[in-house]
Design a protein around this ligand. Structure first.
Ligand code: AMP
Ligand code: MG
Length: 477
């Protein structure tokens, strides 16, 4: 059987300055680690033999219909603007079109491109498996995200601080790879024609109902507001919310030093490169507003009257914090089993979170215990702190739809039992580096059903022992 992808490559038909056509660079000994058959079926992809797929998803063979290219973009990285970034280690093979939906198929870690700057264009096994596990877990949690179609080992070493590490390539699937930074790329060059082509392309691909740049901005903001609220609701910290890592589609993208929190604290930061905590858990709503302000700025040249545009775009961006707040409140109401809307709800949720922070309660397990009727109080250093809160909470639940049972059902669907815990991800990477991929396969399986009780996987729901706590995560390079 031959691998077949229903390619139709619209990005490759955009003006030449949007990208550089370049094939992935072959590797010595490609070996298929995993292929996501369920995702492939959704994308209308016919799988091939393991050997063929290893070659294709390592970049040693270009599948029929692909037109590999590296995309150009710019971006604010930790607040500083880089006018020239781009895919420094990725090749967009093309777009798979199935059931009227279009998805980018991209190899990541597939060799240097003109945008590589000082980088080697490669990825090592650790970040590849990490992105596979985390992006698929996010999808199973119901959060818009890029997906993982395949992971391949290259058989070549990659040199990093730690020394020689096994190389790998990830095949990433996304609604598109259009970033805020893609708009900034053209705006920074005062290339209004390019900007307009990108705008029209983005509207046609993602927001056909948007009739002008203001409508596009509003639509992207609505999706990003919801997305960040969803991250907050599962304790996810993206870690590198640079504008080149913020999509127009509203999907989570670029799994570098991201992490899920164990014990709750709003100031939590894991990324080794985020020394000042710019992208801390509780800063994410502010950062996404800032990123949307950068998108707004990049859209201004499309408007006939810059001053009027600046004014109307400012109004749109200023409304975003309220939208995030509303999304956040909806999700956290559900997390504590509340269906109706009352004035004191935000304070009730805030009070729980404050007590969790003070008592180092595990974020995931506290909310899951509310759902299952388990001993949530045991998550708290001082269990009485929970009991006090729970009295007010139980009073609030009275009169809710379906009583306590109804509340439990709502909470079970909102509060996962399983998240990719950092220490398990690190242990999985350590095992894979030694050639044992069983922990990887197990994580992928268990995390594909995060809301189900899985008694056989209780170990994966446990927070880290003190010796297992991961203090820092490192960027995907
Ligand atoms: P990231 O921090 O992963 O969003 O990457 C920021 C930029 O650095 C992007 O343009 C990447 O393509 C580029 N980059 C990251 N790692 C490498 C690498 N190993 N080789 C070449 N370019 C890289
Ligand atoms: Mg990036």
């Amino acid at each position: 059987m031959t691998l077949r992808v229903p390619f139709d490559n619209s990005y490759a038909r955009l003006p030449a300055r949007f990208f550089t056509r370049i094939d992935p660079m072959p590797v010595t000994a490609p070996r298929l680690i995993r292929f996501n058959h369920a995702l492939a079926a959704d994308l209308g992809i016919t799988p091939g033999s393991d050997d063929e797929m290893a070659r294709i998803f390592a970049g040693n063979a270009v599948p029929a219909g692909a037109e590999p290219l590296a995309q150009a973009y710019a971006g604010h990285q930790f607040g500083g603007f880089s006018p020239q970034l781009g895919d420094g280690r990725a090749n967009l093979l093309g777009e798979a079109v199935a059931d009227g939906k279009r998805f980018d198929i991209q190899l990541k870690g597939s060799g240097p491109t003109p945008y590589s700057r000082m980088g080697d264009g490669r990825a090592w096994l650790g970040p590849v498996l990490r992105e596979y596990v985390l992006s698929e877990a996010m999808h199973a949690l119901g959060i818009p995200t890029s997906r993982a179609l395949a992971a391949v080992a290259t058989g070549e070493p990659v040199w990093r601080e730690q020394g020689a590490l096994p190389g790998a390539v990830l095949t990433r699937v996304a609604a598109s790879h259009i970033r805020v930074g893609t708009f900034q790329f053209f705006a920074a060059r005062r290339d209004v024609e390019g900007l307009r082509a990108l705008y029209e392309y983005t509207v046609a691909r993602h927001y056909p109902e948007a009739r002008d740049p203001a409508a596009l901005l509003e639509a992207v903001i609505a999706r990003q507001a919801r997305l960040v609220a969803q991250w907050m609701a599962v304790g996810f910290i993206h870690g590198v919310m640079n504008t080149d890592n913020t999509t127009l589609s509203g999907e989570t993208i670029d799994y570098g030093p991201c992490a899920f929190m164990d014990s709750y604290h709003p100031d939590t930061v894991y990324s080794s490169i985020d020394a000042h905590g710019r992208y801390a858990y509780s800063s994410q709503p502010d950062v996404i507003v800032w990123n949307m302000a950068q998108l707004a700025t990049a859209l201004v040249p499309l408007m006939p009257d810059a001053e009027a545009a600046a004014e109307s775009f400012t109004r749109i961006v200023h409304a975003m914090p309220g939208q995030i707040r509303a999304e956040w409140l909806t999700l956290f109401r559900r997390k504590i089993g509340i269906d109706s809307v009352r004035d004191g709800d935000e304070a009730l949720i805030g009070d729980l979170l404050a007590r969790m922070a003070e008592n180092r309660a595990d974020f995931t397990n506290t909310f899951r215990a509310l759902a299952t009727g388990g001993p949530a109080r045991d998550q708290f250093l001082n269990p009485a702190a929970f009991d006090e809160w729970a009295r007010t909470w139980r009073a609030r639940l009275e009169g809710e739809d379906g009583g306590e049972e109804g509340a439990r059902a709502r909470m079970r669907a909102a509060n996962p039992a399983f998240i990719p815990r950092n220490h398990r991800v690190e242990q999985m990477i350590a095992a894979a580096t030694e050639g044992d991929f069983a922990p990887f396969a197990r994580l992928v399986e268990v995390l594909s059903r995060p809301f189900d009780d899985q008694p056989g996987a209780a170990d994966l729901a446990r927070p880290p022992a003190p010796s297992e706590v991961v203090q820092q995560t490192f960027c995907g390079t």
